[in-house]
Write a protein that binds this ligand. Sequence first.
Ligand SMILES: [Zn+2]
Length: 70
Amino acid sequence: MGLFSRFFKNEDKEDLGSPPPEVLPLRNDLCWCDSGLKYKKCHLEQDQDYLEKQRQKALAARKACSPVFG
Ligand SMILES: [Zn+2]
C-alpha cells in the first residue's frame, strides 16, 4: 500500500522541495536558498522543473473543467 498512499500524497504535495520565491534571482546571482551557490548551480533547474509542473497541473485542471468538444 506504500506506493498507493504515496501517490495520493503527491496529489497536493509534490516531491519537489521548496517552492521557488515569486521573484527569481538571475542565473549568476546567489541562489535564494542561502546555499552560497550561484542560482544556475543550485535551484535554477529545480525551479524550472517546479514551474513547469505547476503549469502542467494548471493545464490539466483547466482541461478537466472545460466541456469536452467533439
Ligand atoms: Zn538554491
